[in-house]
Design a binder for this molecule. Structure first.
Ligand code: PEP
Ligand code: MG
Length: 591
């Protein structure tokens, strides 16, 4: 529950802890790329002035696009810069320009509203076209319309590149594509009104070590310009305008945490094993070559999860086969001799491209997502599969299929992989003909039929972020019910145990790759439930190894028995938290 309490002039708000750490600094209010469209009446005598504003905004937008085009051509190449030629064509379209002028005269309203109305009319037209290429042009038009609106209103884009000093980012909500566009070196911490612990924006914040608190409900309403904010990502607390005393108290927490991280850092090159020598496989969840290199330096076995949708979100497009191949190749090269597990596209849910021409869904997480989208759009899927296969010629690559809920999806995906291989053979391109294909186990259906899925899979990866939401019927990004999102729930523990047991009986390698895999508290319990392979963000790997060296198989058995005897998630949570704190505080006492 969210409570509030005032302390002198400071204001404390309680939300959901999303990424550990303490941050303090000036507030930067992050605005979504969506622009508010002003609406007002314009007298007949002022209409020419409105038309002039429109033409000036067009010119301003064109010069912005020219600059971006040059930048992209220099950094990514002529081909990628080509998409901005399409933007220029929209801006020079006589019919569109005339329509806006006509709308200004006929409606008697301001130019912003008229541009909005005309572009929405065009977008509705694009939406109902059969031709996929033409339908996708709607994305260009939407982007142009936003730019035009920004030029008209004189506001800048919502990015962080222009910040001159690092700040605490505050927003109503953050989407993964917002987060992908942020310059992380300019962000001290993140606090949002909405969101849940495993929303993808939060996962990205955690991977980059940025403290975050979400689900604060009314934080943005309570902030004024020039306010400072303190974020406690351990407890899920934020304090507006903290007093000196508060800063001192949190400073001490921060110092303690840093002390622990220093100890952890000193041991980061030691192997991943328990006190009595049981070996653990620690993989990395990594989406960029830099993250891969960092993880391998920490002794990770390879990449257990590369979420390829991050590439789609970064470019806000469906990138071509060649573009994807170049990106996957960079990931393969950074992985060296180690395995790179490339998960096929998992768009949908909270991972939506800006301006994506997709129908609004009532239940996006249960809707047109991941493998469902890919199997319905075989051309998009085949582009990706060919790009992955081409990259597989240069290293050890595995393919991982997301959100599997039935055997038919795996069989169909494998048919398309075979088709992609045939096409590459026809073209004379090389690939790994024996590439391994695995399934995400992240729906209750997949848990129930994992014996059947084992017949069609080379490996499993357990996605607990989704498994928890589907098993407990708790939307992972809805802060109203975030208190019900409980990975400690007996239903989750029983499901995990079942997957580990079946995978072991079938001889299928299995890794846990959801956020709990990187939460050190869970480590002994997951081992006790039958897992010895974990894929986590590089930011968590050293702490996991540090903790693993402080408990034995006896501890594992005891804590697992204890946890399985509990009826309530809160009891399990307390049990594993106390055990972690005991062992860590013993380790932190100077000897
Ligand atoms: C998961 O669901 O646990 C998972 C790893 O996938 P994602 O978080 O990308 O949905
Ligand atoms: Mg998932």
């Amino acid at each position: 529950m969210i409570q509030e309490k005032t302390e002198k002039s400071e204001l404390m708000l309680f939300g959901i802890p999303a990424s550990p750490g303490i941050a303090h600094g000036c507030v930067f209010r992050f605005l979504h790329d969506e622009v508010q469209v002003a609406t007002y009446e314009v007298s007949e005598s002022d209409q020419e002035e409105e038309i002039k504003r429109f033409l000036e905004a067009l010119e301003m937008t064109k010069s912005e696009i020219r600059e971006i085009r040059e930048d992209v051509a220099k950094n990514l190449g002529e081909k990628e810069a080509g998409i901005f030629d399409a933007h220029m064509l929209v801006l020079e379209d006589r019919a569109l320009i005339e329509d806006v002028k006509k709308e200004i005269k006929e409606s008697g309203q301001n130019v912003e509203k008229c541009v909005h109305r005309v572009t929405e009319k065009y977008l509705a037209f694009f939406d109902q076209l059969e031709d996929k290429y033409l339908r996708e042009r709607a994305v260009d038009l939407r982007d142009i319309s936003r730019r035009l609106q920004r030029c008209l209103s004189g506001t800048t884009a919502s990015g962080t590149a222009f910040l001159d000093e690092p700040k605490v980012l505050v927003s109503e909500d953050l989407t993964p594509s917002d987060t992908a566009a942020l310059d992380r070196s300019k962000i001290l911490g993140i606090a949002t009104d909405l969101g849940g612990q495993t929303s993808h924006a939060v996962i990205m914040a955690r991977a980059s070590g940025v403290p975050a608190v979400v689900g604060l409900r009314s934080l943005t309403d309570k902030l004024c310009d020039g306010d400072e904010l303190l974020i406690d990502g351990f407890e899920g607390v934020t304090i507006i305008n903290p007093s000196e005393t508060t800063l001192f108290r949190y400073g001490k927490v921060d110092v303690q945490r840093r002390k622990l991280l220093n100890l952890v850092g000193e041991e980061s090159s030691l192997p991943a094993q328990t006190l009595d020598g049981k070996k653990l496989d620690i993989w990395a969840n990594a989406d960029t070559p830099e993250e891969v290199s960092k993880a391998l330096k920490l002794g990770c076995l390879g990449v257990g999860l590369y979420r390829t949708e991050s590439l789609f979100l970064r470019t806000n497009s469906l990138p071509s086969e060649d573009y994807q191949y170049q990106e996957y190749l960079k990931m393969v090269k950074s992985s060296g001799d180690q395995t790179l597990t490339i998960r096929t596209l998992d768009l949908g849910g909270d991972k939506i491209l800006n301006g994506w021409n997709q129908q609004k869904e009532a239940n996006p997480f249960m809707g047109f997502r991941a493998i469902r989208y890919c199997l319905s759009n075989p051309n998009v899927f085949l582009d990706q599969l060919r790009a992955i296969l081409r990259a597989s010629a240069h290293g050890n690559v595995r393919i991982l299929l997301p959100m599997i809920s039935g055997i038919g999806e795996v069989v169909r995906a494998k048919e398309l992989i075979a088709e992609a291989k045939e096409e590459l053979s026809r073209r004379g391109e090389t690939y790994d003909p024996a590439i391994k294909i695995g399934c995400m186990i992240e729906t209750p259906a997949a848990v129930a039929i994992c014996d059947l899925l084992a017949e069609e899979s080379d490996f499993f990866s357990v996605g607990t972020n989704d498994l928890v939401q589907y098993l407990l019927a708790v939307d992972r990004v809805n802060n109203e019910i975030a208190f019900l999102y409980e990975p400690h729930h007996p239903a989750v523990l029983r499901s995990l145990k079942q997957v580990a047991k079946v995978a072991s009986a079938k001889g299928i390698p299995v890794t846990v790759c959801g956020e709990i895999a990187g939460d050190p508290h869970f480590l002994p319990l997951l081992i006790g439930l039958g897992f010895d392979s974990f894929s986590a963000s590089a930011a968590m790997v050293s702490e996991m190894k540090f903790f693993a060296r402080r408990f034995s198989q006896d501890d594992v058995e005891k804590i697992t028995l204890d946890a399985e005897s509990k009826q309530r998630p809160s009891e399990v949570k307390e049990l594993i938290k106390n055990f972690y704190e005991d062992r860590i505080s013993e380790a932190s006492v100077p000897r």
